[in-house]
Write a protein that binds this ligand. Structure first.
Ligand SMILES: Nc1ncnc2c1ncn2[C@@H]1O[C@H](COP(=O)(O)OP(=O)(O)OP(=O)(O)O)[C@@H](O)[C@H]1O
Length: 364
């Protein structure tokens, strides 16, 4: 099922006596989510992710704009008429019911043509449980399950109604690091198996990048960029997106374009023909630094951390915005740790220029 968001906007009334301006939680969101894809909705706390999801499922009514599922305009539909499965951060399972009863719960009050027989319900519950691999846990109560197992029950409960759309709001944030990794892979597998169009909300960029067909990066209610994770990483439209994606994060420097070259401090590090003289923010991905005795960028060497396959070189530079520069280089590279300075040349596809005032990307 394709989902179309058209000029989707949500404002909340001002809060408190002093605040006069309404809060714009989501502003003019336009996106056509292709059928069967998993979309990662990504951004810092308060950027409007949950509000977007709540509008798609019908818990919030948009201030303006439309939502279509396929060709159906569902904007004014209540949640139960939308055919949406929803999984939240806190799984909200019923503690007094068994796993099976929890999964069956959404099917019990179906009416009219949707009403199912006992055996149909059992079959649906079994299928959903099989998908999330909890068939052997059906008679347990939620308190007898691990966090990851509880979350799988919540997903099975969302799937049992055979929703047209699956919405997941930070579904992994209550799990520990290892379970998070495992469960996110399982979610991806389930999504591939069911081909249900899925929107996954997270503030964890790594999580979103690893499982999404496409990511949407939001800030202050405004969509910044939509694209395949790798494309957004390789070609961020602005400094915010560049900084938001990547571990370790991108290194940012104050730079200056002068006479067709980019200067970082006194170092002319890149030819920039056709770009007018101006101050710029320079982003260099950690993997964009090549140790090179003749390299143009000269940094003060701080130290080195071995990460197995790679080394993380820590250095500083007077024009660096971050307290330290982190560069990731291959562990084969010989670094003289007794040296005071280290010179780098820069991979051209790993350096980005941004307008100093707006943060917008300047194309090289
Ligand atoms: N019911 C409400 N009334 C007033 N303001 C609200 C309401 N719900 C959300 N907001 C505001 O709208 C903005 C977006 O909130 P939203 O919960 O969608 O963000 P989010 O990206 O999901 O954040 P988080 O990651 O912290 O959950 C925030 O500024 C928030 O304070």
């Amino acid at each position: 099922m394709k989902i179309v968001l058209e000029h989707l906007t949500k404002q909340f009334p001002p809060r408190g006596r002093k605040a006069q301006e309404p809060v714009t939680a989501v502003s003019d969101f336009n996106f056509e989510i292709p059928d069967g894809q998993l979309i990662g909705l990504l951004g810092p706390s308060g950027c409007g992710k949950s509000t977007t999801l709540n509008m798609i499922c019908g818990l919030e009514k948009p201030t303006s704009g439309r939502i279509l599922f396929g060709d159906d305009d569902v904007t004014s539909f209540p949640p139960e008429r939308r055919g949406v499965g929803m999984v939240f951060q806190n799984y909200a399972l019923y503690p007094h019911l068994t796993v099976k009863q929890n999964i069956l719960f959404p099917l019990q009050n179906l009416k009219g043509k949707d009403k199912l027989s006992r055996s149909q319900m059992d079959e649906r519950a079994q299928n959903a449980a099989r998908l999330v691999q909890i068939t052997e846990l059906m008679d347990r109560r939620p308190s007898e399950l691990s966090g990851g197992q509880q979350q799988r029950v919540a997903i099975a409960r969302a799937l049992v109604k055979m929703p047209r759309v699956l919405l997941l709001d930070e579904p992994l944030s209550n799990l520990d690091a290892r379970l998070r990794l495992q469960t996110r892979e399982e979610i991806r597998k389930i999504q591939r198996a069911t081909k249900i169009t899925t929107v996954f909300v997270t503030h964890d960029q790594e999580e979103a990048m690893s499982i999404s067909d496409m990511i949407v990066v939001m800030k202050d209610g405004v969509v910044q960029q939509i694209g395949k994770p790798q494309n957004v990483y390789d070609s961020p439209v602005n400094l915010f997106v560049a900084k938001f994606l990547g571990t370790p994060p991108i290194n940012v420097f104050e730079g200056q374009i002068r006479g067709g070259s980019l200067y970082i401090g006194e170092n002319a590090v890149l030819l920039t023909p056709g770009i007018s003289d101006q101050p710029v923010s320079v982003g260099i991905r950690p993997e964009g630094f090549i140790p090179d005795e003749k390299g143009a960028l000269c940094c003060q060497l701080g130290g080195m951390e071995v990460m197995g396959r790679d080394i993380s070189v820590v250095s500083t530079h007077a024009s660096s915005v971050n307290p330290v520069i982190r560069s990731i280089i291959s562990s084969d590279t010989q670094i003289r740790l007794d040296a005071k300075t280290i010179r780098f040349s820069i991979k051209p596809n790993k350096i980005f220029l941004f307008r100093h005032d707006t943060g917008e990307r300047i194309n090289l």
